[in-house]
Ligand binder design. Sequence first.
Ligand SMILES: Nc1ncnc2c1ncn2[C@@H]1O[C@H](COP(=O)(O)OP(=O)(O)OP(=O)(O)O)[C@@H](O)[C@H]1O
Length: 441
Amino acid sequence: MSDLQGVLEQLAPCMDAPALWLGLSGGLDSMVLLHAVTELRRHSPLPPLKAIHVHHGIHPDADRWVEHCQRECAARQVDLVVHRVTLPSGGNVEELARDARYAVFEQQLGAGDWLLLAHHADDQLETLLFRLMRGTGVRGLAGMPRSRALGQGRLLRPLLDWTRAQLADWARAQELAWIEDPANADPRYARTALRHQLLPYLRQHWPALPDNLLRLAGHAGEANQLLDERAAEDLQALGQPPADPWLACWPSLDMQALGGLSPARQKNLLRYWLHQQGLRLPDQRHLHTLLEQLAAADDSQPRVRIHQGLVHRSSGRLWLLPEQGVPAGQNQPWEAGSSVKLTAGNGWLRCSAGGPLALRAGQWRIGYRQGGEEIRLPGRPTQSLKNLFQSAGIPAWLRPAVPLLYCDERLVSVAGRWHAESALADAGETGFGVIWEPIPD
Ligand SMILES: Nc1ncnc2c1ncn2[C@@H]1O[C@H](COP(=O)(O)OP(=O)(O)OP(=O)(O)O)[C@@H](O)[C@H]1O
C-alpha cells in the first residue's frame, strides 16, 4: 500500500464527478482511504472531496468517533457531514445499521457524484464466504462490485486490491490515528466470528483459499456479465412497451414471448428486469414459483407479491406494479385548464390551450370511478364507463386510477382521452386539452 499511484488509477472513473464523497467510519480502512485521497489531491487534480460519517447511535462511544472524524478531517481541510440515524428496534443490528447507512449515502449523493468506500480484499473474502455459507446464486458469487449505481450517483471501492494487513502496515508507517469499533471484536456478531475464528483456520489449512475464492469471484463476475448481456437482448426483443400511452408507463413483459424462452432464460430475464427496476431480487426458488404461478393456464389474473413490488398478469402481459397495487385516485378540486399533480401518487394532468374541451364556468373537480358512470361520446349512444374501458383494452388494475373530469357533477372527460359530446368547445368558445401522465411517484 505504498502504492498511492495504484489508488489513483482506481479513482480514474470518478475524475469528472462534481463531488467525491468518502464514507468515513473513522476505523483503519476508511482512515487509510481518507489519507490516501488527501495525499493524492496535493499533486493530482481531483474533484472536490467531502467526507460523510453516519452516527448509528448504537455504541456509547459513538460521539467520540464523530469527534475523531471531525479532527482528522479538519487536519486535512476536508468538509465532514455527520448524519445521525435512529435504528428501528428488533432485527439484526448489523443489517439495520447498514441499510440505514446506505439510505443516508443514497440521499446525500447529488447527480453524478461518487461515493468512495474503503472495503478491501479481506472484506471481499468475508462477503464471499458469508454468501457461500448462506447459499447464493451466480450473482452473489461475484462478491461486492468495485463500482455500482447508488441513488443519483455511483459508489466505488478503490481499495479492493489491498488486504487488511497491507492497509494496516501503511497506516502505521504514516502514523495514522484510527478508532477500533469494539463490535469488530465481539464474537456475537457473525462477521467477527468469521473474521477471527473461521478465516484464520481456513487460511492455516488451505493457504490458497483466499486467492482461489477471489479468482472465483472474478469468473462469476464475467459469467454475470454474459447473463446480463443475454437478458438485455431478450428484454429488447420482448419488453417493447404496449402502444397505449397509459399502459406504456408501467414496466411490462409480453407473456407469450416470455413463454417461448427456456425456463433458465425466463428466470435470467425476470431477474434482470426486476433488478433494472431497482427491486430486490427474489431467490431462485421464489423466482421459480413466481414463474409457475404467472404461467398457470387460466385467466385468473394472478398477482404475486415480491419484495417492494407486485407482479401481475393480465391482458397477456406481466406488469410490475407498486407493492400495494396502482393507487385508487382521490377526489380533488380542480381549476379547469391548469396542469396539476394528482393526489395519491397518481401522476400528472397536463393541460394545454386550444384543445377540444370547452373552458366553461362551473364547479370543476377530478374524481374517480365509483361504478355506474355513463358518458355520451360524440356521435355515439350513451355508454357505461365500464364498457368504454373494456372496448379500449384498459385493464381492470388501471381503471380505479384513471382521473375523471367533472364540471357541475357532470362527467365531461375521461382523463382527457374521451370527452362527452356536450363538453366540446363550440366555434368561438375557448378550448383546452388534457393529457394524463400516469407516472407513479
Ligand atoms: N458509520 C459510517 N459512516 C460512514 N461510512 C462508513 C461507516 N461505516 C462504514 N462506512 C464505510 O463503509 C466501508 C465498509 O464498512 P464495513 O466494513 O463496516 O462494511 P459494510 O458497509 O457493513 O459492508 P458490507 O457491505 O461488506 O457488509 C468503510 O470502510 C467506510 O468507508
